[in-house]
Design a binder for this molecule. Structure first.
Ligand code: UGA
Length: 434
């Protein structure tokens, strides 16, 4: 099948590459000419393990093309995926201006039946709004389908080639048949495709992300309570997760959830609820608890320093919002940096992958180390904000030699307590006996 993808951000690029890998011919359209040129030359604009190989393989096989010309791509395609940004507006609701402006353009360009697929995370009712925008410009038949994306950053290739399920929101038999054909390579290997109406499909995405945000936040509160009563959240987590109604995944406590999805989607669902006079009380609480959780270790560090941050040098391992990504959007590291700087501390950070993105935001407000141990030179303590694998089994002796004070504040519960016990370090993690 010939497919156009409009928008080559994270979701668009991964979706385009995956659809090419499944044997389709894919035209990726973006208004950023520089980015399009770079992609044509084989440069992947995002960091994602395994993506580059798949990307280059499909360019070479002439299944993956890049252009700034929507009209040209559209003419050749039977299906058009919209993978455009839906940033939160001032009030937290998703801003649909990119989606609706492209819908307008599509309306003026249609010459024969096409399926338009909403891949971006969009509020309930967006398929109807896209339909209305296109219909206002054309009499040519078309269908708008909701097909939300569930991939995780850092696992994009794995998740997109082996999704838990495919959700297709459409009540048009013609569109359902087209979508069924695109995803046949998945259904052939037993991955379910779940058909439903557009609105239920749109809500499924928000409900799934919000549920996971609640799950993490619930565990963070259990972890905080463990500390009060002397329980160990690692044990509680294992005990709870073994019940397959609960499951082990997304039960890891830490310094809160971040990223471009959970915070935005929780906010947007709360906002959509308000528009219907509906209060998502559990989500409001989740948002509040998460904001506190993100900087929960600052007060512990403050206690350790006896309330005085002046002249204190804090080493920070990890800047990305989670491991295996260079994304720092809503990263807990940034919330911690902001408060620690306000309190007068000096910060030297290390993150091999995300440093560049933080530099764009913070410039030289903090210093950057070229490797993990270099960040520890004369440090008064270490704060760990991202669970990068390279931090998992450090040389504690070398760390002790470099640091002024042997103190670790671990926002990602990186080390088994037995490992840290004999190291002589003061160690504070989340929800565990220390
Ligand atoms: C999330 C969803 O997991 C994807 O299914 C969805 O497609 C995506 O949003 C999206 O809407 O596009 P992502 O934002 O890449 O994916 O990251 P996650 O792996 O879900 O992690 C989100 C945050 O939760 C991170 O800050 C992570 O550190 C935190 N987290 C995750 C925890 O604190 N504990 C856990 O047990 C799991």
């Amino acid at each position: 099948m010939n497919i156009t993808i409009v928008g080559t951000g994270y979701v668009g690029l991964v979706t385009g590459t995956t659809l090419a890998e499944l044997g389709n011919t894919v035209y990726c359209v973006d208004i950023d000419a520089k980015k399009v040129e770079a992609m044509k030359q084989g440069t992947v604009p995002i960091y994602e393990p395994g993506l580059e190989e798949m990307f280059l393989r499909n360019i070479q096989a002439q299944r993956l093309f890049f252009t700034t010309e929507l009209e040209e791509a559209l003419e050749k395609s039977e299906v058009i995926y919209l993978a455009l940004p839906t940033p939160p507006g001032e009030d937290g609701s998703a801003d649909l201006s990119y989606v609706l402006s492209v819908a307008d353009q599509i309306g003026t360009l249609l010459t024969d039946y096409k399926v338009i697929v909403n891949k971006s995370t969009v509020p309930v009712g967006t398929a109807d709004r896209v339909t209305a925008a296109i219909s206002s410009k054309t009499k040519v038949p078309f269908d708008v389908v909701s097909n939300p994306e569930f991939l995780r950053e850092g696992f994009a290739v794995e998740d997109s080639m082996n999704p838990a399920r495919v959700i297709v929101g459409s009540e048009s038999e013609r569109a359902k048949e087209v979508m069924g054909k695109i995803y046949q390579p998945f259904t052939n290997i037993g991955i379910p495709i779940i058909f439903m109406d557009e609105k239920s499909s749109e809500l499924t995405k928000y409900a799934a992300n919000s549920f996971l945000a609640v799950k993490i936040t619930f565990m963070n509160e259990i972890a905080n309570y463990c500390e009060k009563v002397g329980a160990d959240v690692d044990k509680v987590r294992l005990g709870m997760g073994s019940d397959d109604r609960i499951g082990h995944r997304f039960l890891f406590p830490g310094i809160g959830y971040g990223g471009s999805c959970f915070p935005k989607d929780v906010k947007a669902l709360i906002r959509s609820g308000k528009q219907e006079n509906f209060d998502f009380q559990i989500l409001e609480a989740t948002e509040k608890v998460n904001q506190i959780q993100k900087v929960i270790l600052v007060s512990e560090i403050e206690k350790y320093f006896g309330g005085n941050f002046k002249g204190k040098k804090i080493a920070l391992w990890g800047l990305a919002f989670k491991a295996n990504t260079d994304d720092v959007r809503e990263a807990s590291s940034l919330d911690n940096i902001k408060i620690l700087l306000e309190k007068g501390a000096e910060i030297i950070a290390y993150d091999a992958i995300a440093e560049e993105n933080v530099k764009k935001i913070l410039g030289d407000q903090i210093s950057y180390a070229s490797e993990m141990y270099a960040a520890l030179e004369d440090a008064d303590c270490l704060l760990i904000a991202t669970e990068w694998s390279e931090f998992k089994n450090p040389n504690f002796e070398l760390m002790a030699k470099k640091m002024k004070n042997k103190a670790i504040f671990d926002g990602r519960n990186m080390f088994p307590l037995e490992q840290i016990e004999d190291s002589g370090f003061f160690y504070k993690s989340i929800g565990r006996k220390t």
